[in-house]
Design a binder for this molecule. Structure first.
Ligand SMILES: Nc1ncnc2c1ncn2[C@@H]1O[C@H](COP(=O)(O)OP(=O)(O)OP(=O)(O)O)[C@@H](O)[C@H]1O
Ligand SMILES: [Mg+2]
Length: 297
């Protein structure tokens, strides 16, 4: 019986949906107008670290990113926001070729890092990912000690000649990640025994231990409590002095607190890019306004 009930209620939902959608469209026709490849605001920058033009991403036949053009400036913090499924993670993963590992994924367009083609087949992807590090939504420490997690990258990239040099890199990275005082007496303890917030800061320490130029963060605080979130946000502010940071977030307060520019994505389109203050106080596009005022997403 319960199965039958469920299927009836699903059918009802499906019947209602098409009746509601056209009415909403008629009310606000301008809100649905997105011109392919067009972005309002200030998507371009003079001192571009990344120069991205007409980027399209497909998963099989399905297009997830629709003609996006954007510059990401050196040493800026830019936030990617937008409803679930709009392509934020997909676009972010283009920037260090993490999408390469998804068989059905194809990336088209021109993507340059410091004026060099990111997708040049001769490019060393391991070296690229050291330059463009990534912090994921869920902390993913290696099943190793705290020390070995941070030392891992410097070891494989040969960044330290002596144990004392490696010790210095580990300490410096843990200090920058705001974790040193909490872990300095248990560097040999397994990383998996840390709290979630500590693990996330450890993953940030691991990322910055190889001195990246760019840090990509995909919802880095979504599993953290407000105190751990505040620590990660402080860290972003400090890191932004020397790194370019791109952060995907569902928290508009977080985007407002940490970023210089905000990019609003909608159904694979880059609808608006503007100074963060402007996006949250006087958005230029109706779709951005609807999203930040909580009308969808
Ligand atoms: N590995 C994949 N295989 C097939 N389709 C995918 C894959 N990853 C993402 N997609 C599709 O691409 C579109 C964009 O997804 P993406 O994960 O980039 O969105 P998002 O904005 O990061 O969403 P969220 O806020 O929920 O994380 C969605 O329609 C999604 O279903
Ligand atoms: Mg995502």
């Amino acid at each position: 019986m319960s199965t039958l009930n469920t299927s009836i209620s699903t059918e009802q939902t499906q019947r209602e949906a098409p009746e509601l959608a056209p009415a909403a469209v008629q009310d606000k026709p301008e809100e649905t107008a997105i011109e392919y490849g067009q972005t309002v605001g200030t998507p371009f920058a003079d001192d571009a670290k990344f120069r991205l033009r007409d980027v399209e991403v497909y998963y099989g036949e399905s297009q997830a990113i629709k003609g996006v053009s954007l510059d990401i400036a050196r040493n800026e913090v830019i936030a990617f926001i937008g409803p679930s499924g709009c392509g934020k993670s997909t676009f972010l993963r283009c920037l260090n070729r993490m999408n390469d590992s998804i068989d059905i994924c194809r990336v088209k367009g021109s993507l340059e890092l410091d004026g060099q083609d990111l997708y040049d087949p001769r490019r060393d992807v391991v070296e690229l990912r050291a330059r463009v590090g990534m912090v994921f939504q869920k902390p993913n420490p290696f099943p190793k000690s705290i020390y070995d997690n941070v030392a891992y990258g410097p070891r494989i990239h040969g960044l330290a000649n002596r144990k004392s040099e490696l010790d210095d890199i580990v300490e410096d990275s843990l200090r920058k990640a705001g974790l040193w005082n909490e872990v300095k007496d248990r560097l040999d303890a397994p990383a998996t025994g840390m709290s979630g917030g500590q693990q996330q800061r450890l993953c940030i320490a691991r990322t910055i231990a190889v001195s990246p130029e760019v840090v990509l963060m995909d919802e880095p605080c979504s599993a953290l409590d407000p105190i751990a979130t505040a620590k990660v946000e402080e860290l972003i502010a400090e890191l932004s002095e020397s790194y370019t940071i791109i952060i995907v977030t569902h928290s508009m307060q977080q985007a407002a607190r940490v970023s210089h520019r905000t990019a609003y994505f909608h159904l694979g389109n880059l609808v608006e890019v503007n100074a963060t203050d402007k996006v949250f106080t006087a958005p230029e596009h109706k779709l951005t306004e609807s999203y930040i005022t909580g009308r969808f997403g």
